[in-house]
Design a protein around this ligand. Structure first.
Ligand SMILES: Cc1cc2nc3c(=O)[nH]c(=O)nc-3n(C[C@H](O)[C@H](O)[C@H](O)COP(=O)(O)OP(=O)(O)OC[C@H]3O[C@@H](n4cnc5c(N)ncnc54)[C@H](O)[C@@H]3O)c2cc1C
Length: 384
């Protein structure tokens, strides 16, 4: 079998070791618990602490903030290994590479010390709140307001589709500090949800896939937050989101790539076992052609993703390349999973088969982190 998991060009020896121990951890601690998480529609808090204790949360944070002082390549390893293990329940990307990194990048040293060590240990679970019921693609048009009165912001509005929303202790929230402005009126404020008056979590939303990942509506009714919870300066939120989204998009692309690779592995195994017309499914030319196309997609995409990780680690990943990585990888992921499911026949439609869960979980990858149509708009800007 073609080796889809060979060492990455961006992996050093420490990252390889980190990958091995994370793989063992997920196999023993996450995979057996995933059916329960899917049933209860959330990951248990103790798993976050377990992951944190072993250094599997926020490894790219500096040591003084609880991390291991590594770089994005270690976060990339986590996204890939979650993909290989089939774990979509654990909202690591939102917690680490997204929420924690907003705080690291735009927070003061005091703000970093207040929240990041808890996020690295798993005591605090992070979320990012951008999307609102009125729209997610058009982030300039958000309506949640934060009005300054004395030493507080008073927040009113609502968010929806927020990953980790049911569990989150720390939410990096996009708000309008100046509703008369579009993009220039947006700011990012950190919400500490514990005993926060006026803050309410709505339903844990019922989705067609990713059942173990909690996805929530959030409501803010005169929520008072100290002005010291503002990240950076007022009015900089839109720029901060645009600067941070490439990392989020690369994390999504890495998960897509790993899932694609795993789907091919399990499908190859299946078609070599399953018999029809006194031969294995692999004996049919159609099966071989379908899988050859899947493998070609995975290999070509892998080369681009690896290039993006290398660029990002050295600080040079462009918005355009991150958008290409996100849109292309997730489109290919959905294509590959569709072909792999088809080759499983009726069993591919049964939830107990990993391919069925992977197929359902994959669909949202083309929507969140910026819909793929928005990615194409961003990519097309490079053509002007
Ligand atoms: C499971 C899940 C988890 C999520 N997690 C989070 C989270 O943690 N935090 C968060 O803030 N958000 C989260 N989201 C929200 C997600 O980012 C948004 O759903 C996404 O950005 C699309 O926004 P929307 O749903 O409002 O769709 P809309 O903005 O209404 O867009 C609908 C469709 O219209 C098309 N469209 C829109 N604008 C354009 C355009 N300019 N050009 C061409 N076509 C266009 C696209 O096809 C798009 O898919 C999550 C969503 C889901 C489903």
């Amino acid at each position: 079998m073609y080796d889809l998991r060979s060492r990455r060009s961006w992996e050093n020896d420490d990252a390889v070791q980190f990958r091995d121990s994370l793989r063992r951890f997920l196999a023993t601690e996450a995979v057996p618990r995933d059916p329960t998480w899917r049933e209860q529609k959330r990951v248990d808090r103790d798993f976050w602490r377990q992951a944190g204790e072993l250094g599997f949360l926020c490894p790219s944070l500096p040591v003084e903030y609880g991390g291991s002082d590594t770089n994005f390549s270690f976060e990339a390893v986590i996204e890939e290994e979650l993909g290989y293990a089939g774990i979509t329940s654990f909202g690591h990307a939102v917690h680490g590479p997204i929420a924690a990194h907003y705080i690291l990048r735009y927070g003061t040293p005091e703000q970093c010390l207040r929240w990041l060590p808890g996020m690295a240990s798993g005591e605090l679970i992070g979320a990012i709140g951008m999307t609102e019921p009125g729209g997610g693609s058009d982030l300039q048009a958000i309506r949640t307001t934060a009005r300054r009165t004395g030493d507080r912001y008073v927040i009113n509005g609502s968010k929806t589709f927020i990953t980790n929303g049911q569990n989150a202790d720390v939410i990096v929230l996009a708000v309008k500090t100046d509703p008369s402005q579009g993009a220039r009126g947006v700011s990012m404020i950190v919400l500490e949800t514990n005993d926060l008056a006026g803050f309410r979590r709505g339903r844990n939303l019922h989705k067609i896939g990713m059942h173990g990942s909690d996805t929530a509506e959030l409501f803010f009714d005169d929520v008072r937050v100290p002005i010291g919870n503002l990240l950076g300066e007022e009015g900089q939120g839109f720029i901060q989101m645009m600067e941070s989204l490439p990392q989020e998009r690369l994390a999504i692309a890495l998960g897509a790539q790993a899932t694609m690779e795993r789907a091919i592995e399990i499908t190859v195994e299946y078609v070599n076992e399953r018999q029809a017309f006194r031969q294995t499914l692999m004996d049919f030319q159609n099966t071989r052609f379908q899988l050859a196309e899947c493998l070609s997609n995975a290999c070509v995409n892998r080369a681009f993703i690896d290039q993006c990780v290398t660029q990002h680690v050295s600080g040079g990943l462009s918005t355009v390349d991150a958008s290409i990585a996100k849109a292309w990888s997730t489109d290919r992921q959905c294509e590959v999973l569709d072909k792999c499911l088809q080759l499983h026949g009726g069993y591919g439609f049964m939830e107990e088969y990993p391919i069925a869960r992977m197929y359902a979980d994959a669909r949202v990858q083309r929507i969140y982190g910026g819909a793929n149509e928005i990615m194409k708009e961003l990519i097309a800007r490079a053509l002007r």
